[in-house]
Design a protein around this ligand. Structure first.
Ligand code: GAF
Length: 385
């Protein structure tokens, strides 16, 4: 059975009386380099991947939302007039509906079912993919005429304000704006972007899932944001024109912050250096210099682990094992941290041996199994029918 038929069948299990629903595919993302730089108005290099949320949706004639999370075996029925956080999966949907209404759009009731292939809690942005899927679907269903950029900003606000996670723009952007066989060079300050080709034929993007899901991630994420903001506030007393760490150099940090606050200095210097690494990585990619690109990935991981302190022993092991394998250009932890996946850039011919070795050694070192995903780069959120 093809995906369209399968998704329609899943939808009709919950809503047998409905006509054919609208079907949406909304992908997860990887990020090659530029971690924790998005909320500092810096640079990132993400891409949408072939793991996605699939959403089937039809309008209702009343003002109720009937939503089914197929993979969780859960469903909820709420009124459009009760859009308050439920502290559950439903908030990713309701948050987007609330944003649409806040912006003055008329959204009617709807039935929807979603399923997916993005492993939950692995740092591949299933939540951004779901938010984008809902915004994109409602825009189509009710002819709201909203552009992609506005939709993805609504997804971010839904997550910031309704779900309560103070995430940056990268995940929604990559999921909504992805382009097959390309990565996105994104400036998170201006939101200007360009696509850079990256074919996954000769080089593979391989994710190693540490299978660690730390509860620390939200609180530590928000703490890192606050530490960066504290650094900017302090530096503003010397440089009133700076607005974010994007405007800060290592010289400025060394001169004023190093002796004043060692911890904040460490955090801020990671961000300033990571931004510089993204710029160098883009240049290396354009020159097809993958060995330089890979070294920058290792540098990114070292900074995330030692200065930003968002790695964990399992992610450090995965990177350490990877760098001893042949055919590996680079590896690093990816996303918010404290668990989830590493991203590895590998020669196609080396992938099989890499996978076997990493499975074996990761088990030996940590007692855990790793799951390995070889990704291709795909288009962003789109209609399937
Ligand atoms: C998470 C966030 F959602 C992103 O905005 C980004 O900050 C990332 O962590 C770290 O680079 O995925």
């Amino acid at each position: 059975m093809d995906l369209l038929t399968q998704l329609t069948a899943i939808y009709h299990q919950s809503f047998p009386a409905d006509q054919s629903p609208l079907l949406i595919c909304s992908p997860g993302r990887v990020n090659l380099i530029g971690e924790h730089t998005d909320y500092n108005e810096g640079f990132v290099l993400p891409a949408a991947i072939d793991k996605a949320i699939y959403l089937a949706i039809s309008p209702r004639t009343d003002n109720r939302i009937h939503a089914v999370a197929h993979d969780l075996g859960k469903s909820r029925d709420v009124s459009l007039s009760e859009l308050t956080p439920t502290h559950s999966w439903l908030d990713y949907l309701l948050g987007v509906v609330a944003q649409l209404r806040l912006a003055g759009h008329t959204v009617g009731g709807f039935n929807c079912v979603f399923t997916g292939t993005i492993p939950i809690g692995s740092g591949l942005s299933s939540s951004a993919a779901l938010e984008n899927a809902v915004g994109f679907a409602l825009n189509e269903l009710f002819n709201l005429g909203i552009d992609r950029m506005t939709l993805l900003r609504m997804s971010q606000r839904a997550e910031n304000e309704f779900v309560g996670a103070k995430v940056g723009i990268m995940d929604m952007f990559a999921s909504m704006m992805g382009k097959a066989n390309h990565v996105i060079k994104l400036d998170c300050r201006s939101l200007q972007y360009e696509y850079a080709p990256l074919s996954t034929e000769a080089i593979r993007i391989v994710l190693c899932d540490s299978q660690v899901k730390h509860s620390l991630v939200t609180s530590e994420y928000n703490t890192r944001r606050a530490e960066c903001e504290a650094g900017v506030r302090f530096l503003k007393t010397f440089y009133p024109d700076i607005h974010s760490l994007r405007d800060v150099t290592m010289d400025m940090l060394d001169k004023h912050l190093r002796d004043a606050d060692a911890l904040i200095y460490k955090r801020c210097s990671y961000v300033v250096q990571e931004n510089a690494r993204v710029v160098d990585a883009v240049r290396a990619l354009e020159a097809n210099d993958l060995s330089t690109f890979g070294q920058l990935m290792y540098g990114s991981h070292a900074g995330l682990s030692e200065k930003y302190e968002v790695s964990c022993p399992e992610l450090d092991s995965l990177v350490d094992i990877a760098r001893r394998q042949s055919g590996v250009f680079g590896a690093r932890m990816m996303g918010g941290g404290f668990g989830g996946c590493t991203i590895n850039l590998i020669e196609a011919a080396a992938v099989e041996t890499f996978a076997a070795n990493i499975r074996h050694e990761y088990k030996e070192r940590t007692g855990k199994d790793t799951l390995i995903y070889v990704c291709s780069l795909q288009d962003g959120t789109h209609r399937m029918n």
